[in-house]
Design a protein around this ligand. Structure first.
Ligand code: TRP
Length: 374
């Protein structure tokens, strides 16, 4: 059979992603058992996204842990492009980030790239500002450590970021940006500059403290390209290269191809979806690894690898490994039907969202607290 083609850029993920090929192309490393053991030694446990390979690759994590073991603590940096609602894929990465913050007692710098989304999307400046605020509520609701968590918004914290970004911009050429992101002469000039804004927060604490601080960036692997371009520049400016941990993509509702994205209402479950809406989306759209007829399903069993409801449980909504294994076995041997599996996923996701929506409503007063005031 002909190999499926796929595409992974920070702005588009298409097709059946071959992670082995991606690891090679991007030049990242798989998380080895040895590294996982080192993380476990410090954290006292392994997060389920590490146990199950959702976070699967890295750059320079060995170095980061060496520094940590020498007493040189690192900070975390991640971000959100505010162009629509927050979906489960975002939440997954950020819950993992929260775990790292707790286990390693880190500061977290959280960037909201309103400039990026304005430049790349066909949306007004005002609409992007609205999403910036809405998205901040979701991040604040996740319960990062107040006092150790700093939100920065690109246009609002330009005074902090811009002096750093121009230094990156001076060392990145248009031809590198063209080659790395597929940009053309017709792209607006803001897009060409943007990578330097995303590179900047990785050194903000170093700049503020006047001494280098190691940085770890948890991200979806589509975001790696910005840092691949910027990594050559960090040492030229006298900074450490940031370490990175990469996650695979959360599957879209409609199937294993592409990723959950905010631009298609029915491909994603949003944090603001009602319980009814979640139920409707999963029942109607979630790609099933079940068979055409109950008789056939009972006889040969379902396929959990392509089953989206199962994958959401595996990616985060079923913490208990033993329970998850039980579901896998029951589905694979035909004892459990698709409707039953979907019901479990609906219940688990809705339990999470109910809590989250309460916290989100309360977060309105926390947002100010998290915004960096320098
Ligand atoms: N560009 C990212 C997005 O569109 C947002 C972002 C900014 C980010 N800085 C980051 C993501 C650092 C991961 C790590 O969602």
């Amino acid at each position: 059979m002909k190999k499926e083609t796929f595409k992974v850029t920070p702005w588009e993920v298409k097709g059946d992603v071959d992670y082995t090929q991606l690891v090679k192309e991007f030049g990242v490393s798989r998380l080895s058992d040895k590294l996982l053991k080192r993380i476990e030694k410090h954290a006292g446990e392994l997060h389920l996204m590490l146990r199950r390979g959702v976070f699967f690759a890295h750059r320079d994590l060995d170095w980061l842990l060496d520094e940590y073991e020498k007493g040189n603590k690192f900070f975390l940096y991640t971000g959100c492009g505010p162009s629509g609602g927050i979906h489960l894929g975002h939440v997954g990465t950020w819950l993992f980030t929260k775990w790292l913050q707790e286990k390693f007692d880190c500061e977290l710098w959280f960037q909201f790239t309103d400039d990026e989304k304005f430049l790349f999307k066909d949306k007004s400046y005002e609409e992007i500002q609205k999403w910036t605020y809405e998205n901040m509520l979701d991040v604040a609701a996740l319960g990062f450590k107040p006092g150790k968590t700093h939100f920065i918004v690109d246009t609002r914290h330009a005074g902090l970021l811009y002096p750093i970004a121009v230094k990156f911009a001076k060392k990145i050429t248009f031809s590198t940006v063209k080659a790395s992101f597929g940009m053309t002469n017709e792209d607006n000039i803001g897009k060409i500059f943007y990578t330097s804004m995303q590179a900047a927060p990785a050194v903000v604490p170093s700049v503020l403290k006047g001494k280098n601080v190691p940085c770890l960036i948890p991200l979806g692997i589509d975001q790696d390209t910005h840092f691949r371009v910027a990594r050559d520049v960090y040492p030229k400016l006298g900074f450490y290269k940031p370490a990175i941990m990469h996650s695979v993509f959360w599957p879209a509702l409609k199937g294993p191809e592409g990723k959950m994205g905010a631009s298609d209402e029915n491909s994603a479950i949003f944090t603001t979806d009602s319980a009814k809406e979640v139920e409707r989306k999963i029942k109607k759209y979630a790609f099933s690894g079940g068979r055409d007829t109950v008789e056939e399903h009972r006889r040969i069993g379902g396929n959990v690898d392509v089953d989206v409801a199962f994958q959401y449980l595996r990616f985060g909504f079923m913490e208990d490994d033993v329970k998850l294994e039980g579901i896998r076995r029951a589905y694979e041997n035909g004892d459990m039907l698709t409707s039953e599996l979907k019901s479990i996923a609906i219940k688990e996701i809705n339990e999470f969202l109910k809590e989250h929506q309460l916290k989100r409503a309360k977060a309105k007063k926390d947002v100010e607290k998290f915004l960096w005031k320098g």
